[in-house]
Design a binder for this molecule. Structure first.
Ligand code: NDP
Length: 246
């Protein structure tokens, strides 16, 4: 695959990359991978102990010192996101990459059992918070020579499936937001793409498929070539794509 070859040892050197949901699962692995390719990562998530563990792992591997941003996307407001943008510009001067990775699975249930408060919480975290964070970070992203925004979808964000209710709807919205942005920023310094990780060995997957043997699944590490490629300059011409990591 093309992205395997273009991922070279220092391909993210001097890049500043923010990862949401960086404490666990695919986001944690992406943060570790970005740091190992030379990026300074900004670790955003809601469980500080997990973010600290990722921080320690990056330092132990002699990676660039990361930053930690404890933030719950469910309750965060415009002023949190704008404050983050200002802090990033003050500390780093710009933002080269944004991986919108954090999301909720919610409850898988028949359509008639979907409850309104949990629908709203899921849309808040999976859609509205990603829109608000990304919008607020545009000034920092515009200061980069090339900036890469990556959203995270799912197979059910392309074709709906019974019982996947709000999660599937949120992933269609994610694909839609990415398409709108990619078209709007086409020809600019900012590119916008989507990754569909595919079935991956994480806590979220185990909750969705409790009867499955996790050992049969790809690990987050297996997905990293595409995650790294989309943040590297090798992908500057790639815009508006929805790509499968597997
Ligand atoms: P996990 O549940 O393992 O990890 C998600 C991370 O996001 C956790 O660190 C979690 O924090 C964080 N997070 C969740 N809610 C919030 C919030 N309100 N505020 C801040 N951080 C939050 O998920 P995966 O790694 O499996 O999934 C990553 C992405 O990939 C998601 O967008 C998911 O939809 C997508 N995906 C995953 C697939 C899979 O098979 N695993 C398949 C298709 C898509 P905490 O640690 O505190 O819970």
């Amino acid at each position: 695959k093309m992205h395997n070859e273009s991922v070279t040892k220092d391909c993210l050197t001097n890049k500043i990359i923010l990862v949401t949901g960086a404490g666990d699962g695919i986001g944690r692995q992406a943060a570790l991978a970005y740091a190992s390719y030379g990026a300074t990562v900004i670790l955003l998530g809601r469980t500080v102990t997990k973010l600290e563990a990722v921080y320690d792992e990056i330092i132990a591997a002699d990676g660039p010192e990361p930053a930690i941003v404890p933030l719950d996307l469910k309750g965060a407001t415009k002023s949190h996101y704008e404050g983050l943008n200002a802090t990033i510009i003050e500390k780093f001067g710009r933002l080269d990459g944004l991986l919108n990775n954090a999301s909720l699975l919610g409850v898988l249930s028949p359509f008639e059992h979907i409850d309104h408060p949990s629908w709203n919480d899921l849309m808040q975290v999976n859609v509205t918070a990603q829109f608000m964070l990304t919008q607020a970070l545009m000034p920092a992203l515009k200061r980069a020579e090339h900036a890469s925004i990556v959203f995270t979808s799912s197979g059910v964000g392309r074709k709906g499936r019974a019982y996947w209710g709000p999660y599937a709807v949120s992933k269609f919205a994610t694909e839609g937001l990415a398409q709108v942005m990619a078209d709007e920023y086409e020809g600019s310094s900012i590119r916008v793409n989507v990754i569909n990780p595919g079935a991956t060995r994480t806590t979220m997957r185990a909750r969705a498929y409790p009867g499955e043997d996790p050992k049969q699944l790809k690990t987050p590490a297996d997905l990293m070539p595409l995650y790294v490629y989309l943040m590297a300059d090798a992908s500057v011409e790639v815009n508006g794509e929805s790509l499968d990591a597997q």
